[in-house]
Design a protein around this ligand. Structure first.
Ligand code: NI
Length: 227
């Protein structure tokens, strides 16, 4: 399942992010790529331990923690600290898969990579190319969003970033371990939760059918999260 979540960051926040990212020193992205990915990765990345990366990353994580749609779609257990990248001058990232397990920086803990997220920090019209191409079950999905918008997709999918042939593409990306590792179960829970949220305003909070549906959702989540 692929989810687009619009306006995770508002216009003011996007401006603040961009202003801070204009001050930083970018590094060659191959430094953090695995052996295979290194051959296809042509981009710039921000040092994940830098003050800017930590401050902006934490701001985004706080925002996501209160974002009902994100929480419902991802059911996050752990989130890898967000990273920032920049593509320009033909920069691109050829087809690759993300690692299945990652170490959480600064800890002995690791994260099973269930979902990947990319939040765009430039409007689609401001640069040419730079589409995120994801090989999903229904063929290749091409994603290019406006600033502040985010896509959430299965980390198991093969994906690439097309060459940026004009302007620059600035983005934040991160990985999520979900409470529900099974993608189909997570998609069903998301649909059920969304339906409940859409029905609720039209019904009494005491409506027995609504209560039962909510009960079913939480008990399904309890079962799915336990495995
Ligand atoms: Ni990737």
């Amino acid at each position: 399942m692929l989810n687009v979540i619009e306006k995770v960051l508002d216009d003011d926040e996007v401006c603040q992010f961009r202003a801070r990212l204009e001050q930083v020193q970018w590094q060659d992205g191959t430094a953090t790529a695995g052996t295979l990915a290194r051959e296809v990765k042509r981009n710039l990345q921000l040092d994940e331990h830098s003050d800017t990366a930590v401050a902006l990353g934490n701001h985004l994580l706080r925002k996501l923690g209160n974002h009902a749609l994100f929480v419902s779609a991802a059911l996050p257990r752990k989130i890898h600290p967000p990273r920032f990248n920049l593509y320009r001058d033909g920069g691109n990232y050829g087809a690759h898969v993300d690692s299945a397990v990652m170490r959480l920086p600064g800890t002995q803990d690791s994260l099973r990579v269930d979902l990947a997220a990319t939040l765009f920090l430039c409007d689609a019209a401001d640069y040419d190319g730079g589409e995120l191409e994801i090989e999903a079950g229904f063929g290749v999905q091409t994603i290019k969003l406006d600033a502040g918008d985010m896509v959430l997709y299965p980390a198991s999918s093969l994906h690439r970033v097309a060459p940026v042939t004009r302007g620059a593409r600035l983005a934040v990306f991160f990985w999520i371990e979900s409470l529900v590792g099974d993608e189909q179960a997570r998609a069903l829970l998301f649909d059920l939760d969304r339906s409940i949220q859409q029905l609720a305003p039209h019904m009494s909070a005491q409506d027995p059918a609504l209560l039962r549906l909510t009960h079913v959702y939480h008990n399904l989540l309890r079962r799915c999260a336990a495995t």
